[in-house]
Write a protein that binds this ligand. Structure first.
Ligand code: ARG
Length: 501
C-alpha cells in the first residue's frame, strides 16, 4: 500500500513539473522539419514550437515517437502540441485543432530508375511503401483503393524499396528529396497532391492555439521562418552523405573482389559507427547510450520483479498450505491472471499512455512495466521453489522458536531460490531481451539505437548484426555469472543444515 502511495505521489510530482514544460510530440525522421542531430531533435517544426514556448515563458521539450502516435499524444494529454510536418485534413480536424498553416507542400512518388514512374496508373496493384498513418498512407488507401505497405518511417520504406520489398514509395516531397539524395538508383516524381502543414493542439485549447498562431504569423513576418527553412534544409542536405570510397581511384587496374568487399565493409563500418552525427558524436553513440538504457531498464526491472515475485510467491504458498492471507491471495491471483494473460507490448503501451501518462521519465515507465510483468513470472517460479521444500523445514524452524516470516526468510527461501535458480535465470534472460520493445514508447535502447543508425545510413547488415552480437554477449556474460552463482550456492551457503550463520 505504501508503495502505491509513493507511486501516486511521485506521479503527481512529475505531473506538476510537466505543467511548466511545453511538450511537443513529433517523429524525427522527417528532414528538414524534424530529424535527429545526434541525440537531440532539430528542425523547422522544433524551432516553431520552441518559439511558442518562449512566447509563453515555458520550458520546452520535444518528444520523439511514431508518427501515428503524434496526434494521439495531444488528444491524450501526453503532449501539449504536435508538430511533425502534419498535413491539415478533415479527418484530423475532428480530433485536434490546427493552427494557421506554415508551409504549402505535397506528396510525391519515389521510384527506382530501373522502372521510371510514368503516371498514377502505373501504381495500381503494385506494392507501395508509405510511412504508417500519413497522408501518403491515406492516398494509397482512398485514391488508389488498395492497401499500402506500411513502414515506421519514409527512410525505412525507401530502404525496403532498395531491397526489392516494394515497387514505389509515396512520401512528402522534402523527406523524399532527402531519401533520394546520394542514391543514384532513386528519383522522385512531380506532386501527386498539394497539402499544407500546421501545428496541432488539443481541441478547445484556445489559449495555446492563439499563441501558436501568433508565433507563426510573427515568424513569417520577420523572416525567421524563411531563415529556419534555409538553415535546416542545408543541414538536412548534409545529413545523408554517403561515404565516398577512395579505394578504386588509388589502385591501378581492377581491384580484386576481396579488396572490393573489404573496402565496402570498411566504408560501411565508417558510415554506421564512426561518422559523426550533427552533434559531433560518432554514430556508435546511439548503440552505446542505447546499451546503457537497456541495462538500466533490465537491471531495475529484474530487481522490482524479484521483490514482487517473492511477495506474491510467499503469499500464494502460505495461503495454499496454511490458509493465511486470503485477500492478498485473491489479489495476487488477479495480478497473475492479468499480467500473464496480456502481451508485454500492450502492457507497456497501457502503462505509458494510460496509467502513468503524466510521468515524464520513460525509463521509469519501462522499469515499472517490465518489473511488474516479470514479477508475475518470477512469482510462479519462486512458488514452485517454495513448494518443493519439505514442510518439515517449516515445522523445525517454528519448533526452534523462529517466527513464520523468519523461518520463511532464513530457511525456506534460500533453499527455494537455489532450487529454481536455472528457471529464474531463464526469466532474467527473457526479460533482458524483451526490453528491446521499449522503442514503442520512443525510448532509445540498444535495439532502437541500431534501428536509428539503419534509418540514417540505409545500411542494414552492420547495425542489426552488431546489435544482435551485443545482446548475445550480454546474455552469455549473464549466463556465465549465473552459473558461477549456482556453483557457489551449491558448495556453500543457502543450506541451513551446514550453514549456521
Ligand atoms: N504530411 C504527412 C502527414 O501529415 C506526413 C507527415 C510525416 N511526418 C513525420 N514527422 N514523419 O500525414
Amino acid at each position: 500500500m505504501k508503495r502505491f502511495a509513493f507511486a501516486v505521489s511521485l506521479a503527481a510530482a512529475l505531473c506538476a513539473a510537466a505543467g511548466e514544460t511545453l511538450t511537443m510530440a513529433t517523429e524525427a525522421t522527417f528532414p528538414p522539419y524534424e530529424f535527429l542531430r545526434g541525440q537531440e531533435i532539430a528542425g523547422i517544426d522544433v524551432e516553431i514550437c520552441r518559439a511558442v514556448a518562449e512566447r509563453l515563458g515555458r520550458e520546452f521539450r520535444a518528444e520523439n515517437m511514431d508518427f501515428d502516435s503524434v496526434i494521439p499524444a495531444v488528444t491524450s494529454g501526453k503532449a501539449d502540441l504536435a508538430a511533425a510536418g502534419i498535413t491539415v485534413t478533415e479527418d484530423r480536424k475532428k480530433n485536434v485543432d490546427f493552427s494557421v498553416p506554415y508551409v504549402t507542400t505535397g506528396i510525391v512518388v519515389i521510384y527506382r530508375n530501373e522502372e521510371p514512374y510514368t503516371g498514377v496508373d502505373q501504381l495500381k496493384g503494385r506494392k507501395i511503401g508509405v510511412q504508417s498513418g500519413t497522408t501518403s498512407d491515406a492516398y494509397v488507401l482512398d485514391t488508389l483503393k488498395q492497401e499500402p505497405e506500411r513502414f515506421k518511417s519514409t527512410p525505412e520504406a525507401c530502404a525496403a524499396m532498395l531491397a526489392g520489398r516494394c515497387a514505389f514509395v509515396i512520401a512528402d516531397i522534402d523527406p523524399a528529396k532527402n531519401c533520394v539524395k546520394g542514391e543514384e538508383k532513386l528519383a522522385i516524381s512531380d506532386f501527386l497532391s498539394s497539402e499544407s502543414y500546421a501545428v496541432a493542439v488539443a481541441k478547445g485549447n484556445e489559449e495555446l492555439l492563439k499563441a501558436v498562431n501568433e508565433t507563426i504569423v510573427a515568424a513569417k513576418a520577420d523572416g525567421r521562418l524563411e531563415k529556419w527553412v534555409a538553415e535546416y534544409t542545408a543541414e538536412a542536405d548534409k545529413l545523408k552523405e554517403t561515404f565516398e570510397s577512395g579505394a578504386s581511384a588509388a589502385s591501378d587496374g581492377e581491384p580484386s573482389w576481396f579488396a572490393k568487399a573489404w573496402q565496402s565493409i570498411s566504408d560501411d563500418f565508417y558510415l554506421c559507427f564512426l561518422k559523426k552525427t550533427g552533434d559531433g558524436s560518432p554514430r556508435a553513440m546511439y548503440l552505446l547510450s542505447g546499451l546503457g538504457i537497456t541495462l538500466e531498464v533490465a537491471l531495475f526491472a529484474i530487481l522490482l520483479g524479484l521483490f514482487i515475485g517473492f511477495l506474491v510467491a510467499v503469499i500464494r504458498s502460505s495461503h495454499d498450505k496454511y490458509g493465511y492471507f486470503p485477500v492478498l491471495n485473491a489479489v495476487s491471483k488477479i495480478y497473475l491472471t492479468i499480467i500473464r494473460g496480456t502481451p508485454m507490448v500492450v502492457q507497456l503501451l497501457i502503462t505509458y499512455y494510460i496509467i502513468l501518462r503524466s510521468v515524464d521519465s520513460k525509463v521509469l515507465i519501462a522499469i515499472l512495466a517490465f518489473g511488474i510483468n516479470s514479477g508475475a513470472y518470477q512469482a510462479e517460479i519462486l512458488r514452485a521453489g517454495i513448494v518443493s521444500i519439505d514442510p518439515g523445514q517449516m515445522e523445525a524452524g517454528r519448533a526452534l522458536g523462529l517466527s513464520y516470516w523468519r523461518t520463511m526468510l532464513k530457511i525456506i527461501l534460500p533453499q527455494a531460490v537455489r532450487n529454481v535458480l536455472p528457471a529464474l535465470g531463464n526469466e532474467f534472460i527473457v526479460l533482458m531481451k524483451d526490453t528491446s520493445i521499449v522503442g514503442y514508447i520512443a525510448l532509445i535502447d540498444l535495439a532502437k539505437g541500431g534501428d536509428i543508425i539503419r534509418s540514417q545510413t540505409y545500411s542494414v547488415y552492420l547495425p542489426y548484426l552488431t546489435v544482435a552480437a551485443i545482446y548475445l554477449v550480454l546474455v552469455m556474460t549473464f549466463t556465465w555469472l549465473l552459473g558461477k552463482l549456482e556453483r557457489h550456492l551449491r558448495n556453500t551457503g543457502a543450506d541451513p543444515v551446514h550453514n549456521d550463520s
